[in-house]
Design a protein around this ligand. Structure first.
Ligand SMILES: [Zn+2]
Length: 275
């Protein structure tokens, strides 16, 4: 599933090309997108002629703001892709929505093989109300005192599950939680409340460093993820533990990376480097 760095990469790419563009046509190609609309939904035709004012990310979600207060809330979930395509490029059965623009040839396509993703047509204020009620703070904006307090206040959760809980901190998923904890030297099954101040501080720092580095490399492409131009990310080459079960640790070169189910998810860690 695309996490914060992948979604941020998509948003940056779309922002630089689509902000200021005027919608010519917006259509759903698959009925499931229509069925998943929340109330009070707008209709795709309501976007015709509207200009895109701003494209933003919140957690793993993408928010497009149009003039006149229309908004789109998009979640890529497992296999979603949101990218610019040449109109000549064939539309396959996994492409569920397309948006064309006035005076701009490429079109925006939403493609999703497993169909867990959604494109919600909502007024912008409803989108912000929804995301702010569902999501905790952003890991690249949260300050250390708030982060420390959140750890202490939810101390009975395993740190892996804590990092994955979107209500506590938004945007981190299975890959980055493992990579953050490896770099912090903390085992994923530790209780959040058992961490020393120094360990908590290490997690805070490595969270910021890992996410920033991953954004720099345009994310990790481990399955279907591509950015807004169809390119893969490069951070997977810097994964230390994720999906490396049984292989030697790249830091200590002695221990083998282990896999353990924590908070319902596979977690990868080095039993020697992580305490
Ligand atoms: Zn190691």
């Amino acid at each position: 599933m695309p996490e914060l760095p992948e979604v941020e990469t998509v948003v940056r790419g779309l922002r630089s090309t689509l902000e200021g563009k005027r919608v010519r046509q917006f259509i759903f190609l698959s009925a499931h997108l229509q069925r998943k609309q929340p109330v009070p939904a707008l209709r795709p035709e309501d976007y015709r002629g509207k200009r895109i004012e701003e494209i933003q990310r919140r957690g793993k979600m993408i928010i497009l703001n149009f003039e006149g207060g229309c908004g789109l809330l998009i979640h890529l979930k497992m296999t979603g892709q949101l990218y610019l395509a040449d109109p000549q490029q064939p539309v396959d059965k996994h492409t569920h929505a397309r948006m064309t623009f006035a005076g701009f040839r490429p079109e925006l396509r939403f493609r999703d093989i497993r169909k867990f993703g959604f494109v919600n047509c909502l007024p912008a204020p409803d989108i912000w109300k929804k995301v702010n009620s569902e999501l905790g703070p952003e890991p690249l904006s949260i300050r250390w005192p708030e982060f420390r307090d959140l750890l202490q206040n939810h101390g009975k959760k395993r740190i892996k599950g804590w990092l994955l809980d979107q209500k506590l901190i938004a945007g981190i998923g299975n890959i980055y939680s493992d990579e953050i904890l490896f770099r912090a030297g903390v085992r994923p099954d530790r209780l959040a409340g058992s961490l020393s101040l120094a360990e908590a501080r290490k997690i805070f720092r490595s969270m910021r460093a890992v996410l920033r580095r991953a954004i720099e490399l345009k994310g990790s492409s481990v399955s279907d993820y591509v950015d807004s131009t169809g390119q893969k990310g490069r951070f997977q080459a810097e994964h230390r533990v994720y999906d490396r079960e049984g292989r030697h640790c790249r830091r200590c070169r002695l221990a083998q990376i282990q896999r353990k189910k924590i908070a319902g998810r596979s977690s990868f860690f080095c039993p020697a480097c992580q305490k």
